[in-house]
Write a protein of this length. Sequence first.
Length: 431
Amino acid sequence: MKDAFSIKGLDGARKLSGTIPVNGSKNAALPALALPFLFSDTVILENVPVLEDIHRVEELLASLGVSCKKQKRRYELMAHAARQTVLSPDIAKRLRASILFTGPILARFGSVSFPHPGGCVIGERPIDLFLEGFKKMGARVDEKNGMYHLRAPKTGLRGAEIFFRTQSVTAAETFLMAAVLAHGKTILQNVPVEPEIGALISFLNRCGASISGAETHRLEIIGGKPLRARGAAYTIIPDRIETGSFLILAALAGKKITISHCEPEHAGAVIEHLRASGADIAVGKNMITVTAPKGKRSSFYKSIPLKTHEYPGFATDLQAPMTVFLTQSEGEALVFETIFEGRLGYVHELIRMGAKIQDMGPHRVYIQGRAPLRGRKLESPDLRAGLAFIIAALVAKGDSVVHNAYSIDRGYEHIEKRLQKIGASIKRISS
Ligand code: EPU
């Protein structure tokens, strides 16, 4: 039996109201869980979200011998007894983010083995930047029986100059962590500036690392030896993708919704896109309120073009929910997904719901709005498209079932309970 979500649509009515708090960021927590390898003492993490992806990483940590004391959202991690350097293929293949562990393990223990990491069905997801970077730091890379085997020189990884041909978030985080233990200076160029990277750097620097260039595209790291946290805790920043997803849902189906415990600055692109379409958004210190537009004529939003971009541009992880928004806006819109080549496959399900969308190749779709949606049985292909289906189902006329709840649980904690609190009719069922 697998879980699914059963949803009653609002037929376009803007009825949801109340406050929805944002949890800790999945994509900040995942690299944070790889930190214990860089420390000689205990690393404390706070505000870790309760997610399936995080559970998979906990299993990975246990298989690697990292001790983990957990109290709900607080983790105490210690790699003192860890010696295992093989990432379990069963876990690593389920989770692209497992690649984040390669750098810290290789830098600490001198070797690491791992399969080609898995993840969601959003594109090819190569690891060439990782393999090239490790070679530059002196590692030998062998591939045998579907596993990569990396070995550092006897004296350990050495600092290197690495220019990323493509801006990659997890590659930047992996090499940043590896460079903290490597001997000498590492220069990373064309580094993305996603807030999750900045948060990681600022915790490492607090614990004695020497990393300069935070929030720029060039990082300089002087490495050498394990760090000591000395009781410092890393509080995971609010999830900007959750924030953006709730903003889009609020604009489409909300009467008045406040998104609390968030960092509005990290949601700048989505706020400005929604405002340009006509949404009424008020930004406070750690909260954002969306109020339904008044009057009949102005009650429909205006279409705008959408192009995904590295931060601070419009996040690819919000492209699917925003596409749903554009199906409900008046006018025509081109959606251009620039980061991943497989991240528009889900639109066929929206078309079955009544959306007017033309497929224009792997990177583009053309939307004619506004087209009312009808409830359907849907299969979530990945967490972000899955959340977009929940939004589409809430906007639609009639009932929907979104299958493969696991894919959504990977990135959104108890989504049904949180949406019920703002009045959504959604429940978890076994299918
Ligand atoms: N790329 C390469 N070679 C590599 C690595 C990446 O060509 O060796 C390319 C990718 O194919 C892609 C581009 O670089 O075209 C950017 O991908 P990136 O490596 O930045 O993605 P990622 O680090 O694997 C993180 C997030 C993703 C998010 C992307 C883009 C984590 C754990 N994951 O992935 O989040 O979509 O950055 O912002 O931080 C999600 O949460 O749903 C998710 C997929």
